[in-house]
Write a protein that binds this ligand. Structure first.
Ligand code: HEM
Length: 420
């Protein structure tokens, strides 16, 4: 783990550098030290200076004042190696501010609220179970990359299914989101002249352009059809706006859930007593999943831009200043969490900010929680022994705390009667 004392000359601008996270993981010791000594430092950086927001209370204040702290024009600090704004596609919901944001968010309210989502629980459970079963059916002992076998295919399958993407095309979505989120990771970047993320978004746009047209001709009970019918102020969304929605759902719902699933398993491998507690009482899956989202905090940061001069923690924030909200830091805040550095699947209360807070609170949180529960529900009870079988490989990203590979070695308990 990165320890500031070991790197006394660390430049805080590194907090926005993808390679930093690939090399060190999350700098929890550094954030803890900032929370104690200077919870809101200003970082001078050549192309994009920013405030480092480390405290839970400050992130809550910012999230609940969208009139003071805007999501437009940027939601992440540009990574070195990215070319300008990520793409020329229209802004997505996450890049909008009220009142436009509220009008647009209403579009998904009916499909994403918990009650509506319950309607499709059985389908999501079937998808999750199929993926976990394909691993379990391989035999009593094995060695696999958990990301490749479970954590990556599950969210892609669920999102593709929700949108109405035909199954043979699901691997395409997987490839595009890898390149969009990990656009500066050497593994996904390749030798592209323009950034890999930009190319991926163009390819994805071409694909969805055809699929959206097809859904207009042959409507179905899926999200793409829903977007083609949606209206804002009496006007239907145009093709680019429908694409912006597809793009957001694919990117927002995939890497995040993948990394929560992976990071959660890693936490359970590292804390076997917590794994045993869940195995003994599957009722702990619900608080366990909350703790996993707190512990892993898959989103490293989102940015806000000050709409006017304002004060925060006694400091003068100027109109146009960028504020970098470090959710993993807030989720270890000693002022909010008892023993924040303890992974505890029974933690209660657990007011983590892993899904954000306020105006832009994650629209897919119910879906993510359910996917996580289903992945673990069928996997954890079968585990007898589990350990790491190789190094954890991390993504080059200062936006999503990604794990690219989690090699595990396991032995299963004999299968009991299957629940149907
Ligand atoms: C563990 C998994 C997930 C995590 C940790 C996560 C995290 C977040 C966070 C922190 C935000 C707030 C953005 C901000 O403050 O500006 C957000 C927004 C959002 N998330 Fe998630 N998310 C997850 C899964 C999902 C899923 C599965 C979906 C959809 C299928 C989804 C869709 C969205 C959307 C549409 C927004 C934008 C909301 C808005 O701007 O009003 N997320 N998510």
């Amino acid at each position: 783990m990165f320890v500031m004392e070991m790197y006394p000359l660390v430049d805080l601008a590194e907090l926005a550098e993808p390679s930093f996270y690939a090399a060190h993981g999350y700098p929890h010791d550094l954030w803890a030290r900032l929370r104690r000594s200077d919870p809101l430092p200003w970082v001078e950086r050549a192309h994009e200076p920013f405030w480092v927001v480390t405290r839970h209370a400050d992130i809550v204040h910012i999230g609940r004042h969208p009139e003071l702290f805007l999501n437009a024009p940027m939601v992440i600090i540009p990574e070195r190696g990215r070319v300008g704004r990520n793409f020329e596609a229209p802004p997505t919901l996450i890049e909008m501010d009220p009142p436009e944001h509220r009008a647009q968010r209403r579009i998904i309210a009916s499909r994403f609220k918990p009650g509506a989502f319950k309607r499709i629980h059985a389908d999501v459970e079937r998808i999750a179970r199929g993926i976990v079963d394909s691993l379990l059916e391989e035999g009593e002992e094995g060695e696999v990359d958990f990301v490749e076998r479970v954590a990556a295919p599950l969210p892609i399958a669920v999102i593709a299914w929700l949108l109405g993407v035909p199954e043979p095309d699901w691997p395409l979505l997987f490839n595009w989101t890898n390149r969009i989120v990990g656009g500066v990771d050497p593994e996904f970047k390749g030798d592209a002249e323009v950034s890999a993320s930009k190319n991926a978004i163009i390819e994805m746009y071409r694909y969805f352009d055809d699929l959206i047209a097809e859904k207009r001709r042959n409507p179905a009970d899926d999200l793409i059809t829903h977007f083609t019918r949606a209206e804002v102020d009496g006007r239907k969304l145009d093709q680019m706006q429908v694409f912006a929605w597809c793009n957001l759902i694919v990117v927002a719902g995939n890497e995040t859930t993948r990394n929560a699933t992976t990071g959660g398993l890693l936490a359970l491998v590292e804390h076997p007593e917590q794994l045993r507690r869940i195995q003994a009482d599957l009722g702990l899956l619900a608080p366990g999943v909350e703790e996993i989202v707190r512990w892993t905090s898959p989103i490293i940061h989102f940015v806000r831009t000050a709409a006017c001069d304002t004060e925060l923690r006694g400091k003068q924030v100027r109109k146009g200043d960028r504020l970098c909200l470090f959710y993993p830091s807030a989720n270890r805040d000693e002022e909010v969490f008892r023993n924040p550095f303890t992974f505890d699947v029974t933690r209660h209360p657990n007011n983590h900010l892993g899904f954000g807070v306020g105006e832009h609170f994650c629209a897919g949180s119910h879906i993510a929680r359910f996917e996580l529960k289903m992945a673990y529900r069928y996997l954890l009870p079968r585990i007898d022994e589990i350990e790491l079988a190789g190094p954890v490989e991390r993504l080059h990203s200062s936006f999503v705390g990604g794990i690219k590979r989690l090699p595990i070695r396991y032995r299963l308990k004999p299968a009991k009667g299957r629940r149907s």
